[in-house]
Design a protein around this ligand. Structure first.
Ligand SMILES: NC(=O)c1ccc[n+]([C@@H]2O[C@H](COP(=O)([O-])OP(=O)(O)OC[C@H]3O[C@@H](n4cnc5c(N)ncnc54)[C@H](OP(=O)(O)O)[C@@H]3O)[C@@H](O)[C@H]2O)c1
Length: 305
């Protein structure tokens, strides 16, 4: 872990070479992270162990001798988080027991763990109303336990506060430039028969995953709202999709009551406060600018107006 130095010999010594150990090889975020490391020539290995198996995690660390560990493994449910409602033990095993075991093993080895968590543990409330621009801060207590998935994620976030080696990144509604990926929030909402229209904080992975690598290099720990500043609504994204990708695209909206009839567990809608991440990374783009720069311009199929 990072040790503050003050003009000592240690400060003049070359920085130790990086070596990342990544969990979530077969997953969306874990796959992207490995690709980023390869492109940046950062040595990395994927963990083979199951998160809840302490001995396997220790063997992974022995074999890889990493400087940092990244956790992009967890149960998100297929086709969606509703799966977690009916697979509660499996969800707890990966998201609670597994994540805590990895944090504990990393702590015992003096390793920082960068943990891709979720910001879907909050919902708009009287103190943070929709449209107010008042977002939930890192120190706020989760107020959304409408789904079992979110409940496990809120529980584990609370417990991880006791691990000073863990960097918790609250990801929300992740978006990438790969519009063919069914996990991409944009791809999901373009394929739904009907969509709600609610402003939300979201994470542009093309911009933010490199930032998470930088956070590891800086040995940052604690809780971080890991979204782009500001909010964007479903309709605003679909309008961009129509303007940049498919001029003939159209969609239908429905309200939360109608949505509740086609899903099992309620979904979280919120704005996260971005002051902390923006202070650390002043170049961070607003959600709408990031969407245009990283997603819609590179995929543009329409001619410029
Ligand atoms: N995608 C989202 O909408 C979203 C939003 C916010 C936060 N997140 C969080 O970000 C993280 C990564 O998400 P993702 O979308 O990349 O997930 P994903 O595509 O579903 O991938 C999950 C990965 O976790 C692995 N995994 C599951 N249980 C495991 C266990 N017990 N031990 C070891 N590996 C296990 C899976 O491997 P196997 O196939 O071998 O099981 C897979 O590689 C998750 O914690 C998720 O909660 C995701």
């Amino acid at each position: 872990m990072g040790v503050a130095t003050n003009g000592s010999a240690a400060e003049q010594a070359p920085a130790p070479a990086l070596k990342f150990l990544i969990y979530g090889r077969t997953g969306w975020i874990g796959g992207l992270l490995g690709g980023l490391c390869a492109a940046r020539r950062i040595p990395f290995a994927y963990g083979a162990g199951r998160l809840e198996n302490r001995a396997q995690l220790e063997a992974d660390i022995d074999a890889a001798a990493p400087t940092h560990v990244f956790n992009a493994a967890g149960v998100t449910g297929r086709p969606n988080v509703d799966w977690c409602e009916t697979h509660r033990a499996e969800t707890v095993r990966a998201n609670v027991v597994g994540t805590l075991t990895l944090a504990d093993v990393c702590r015992a080895r003096g390793l920082v763990l960068i943990n891709y968590a979720t910001g879907c543990i909050f919902e708009y409330d009287d103190a943070h109303p929709l449209g107010s621009g008042v977002g939930f801060k890192e120190e706020d207590t989760p107020n959304f336990v409408g789904s079992f998935y979110s409940k496990t994620k809120a529980m584990v976030e609370e417990l991880l506060k006791n691990y000073e080696n863990v960097c918790t990144l609250r990801v929300r509604m992740p978006i990438s430039s790969d519009l063919s990926n069914p996990r991409n929030f944009i791809t999901k909402i373009t394929r739904y028969e009907k969509v709600v229209n609610i402003p939300n904080s979201m994470t542009i992975l093309d911009e933010l995953l490199p930032i998470s690598i930088e956070m590891a290099k800086r040995n940052l720990t604690g809780i971080w709202n890991f979204t782009n500043p500001g909010v964007v609504s479903h309709n605003e994204i679909l309008e961009m999709y129509r303007d940049y990708i498919d001029p003939s695209f159209s969609w239908k909206n429905f309200n939360l009551e109608e949505q509740a009839k086609v899903i099992v567990a309620p979904r979280s809608n919120n704005e996260l406060d971005q002051t902390k991440l923006k202070n650390e990374f002043p170049e961070l783009l607003s959600i709408k600018d990031s969407l245009i720069k990283y997603v819609f311009e590179p995929n543009r199929k329409t001619s410029k107006a």
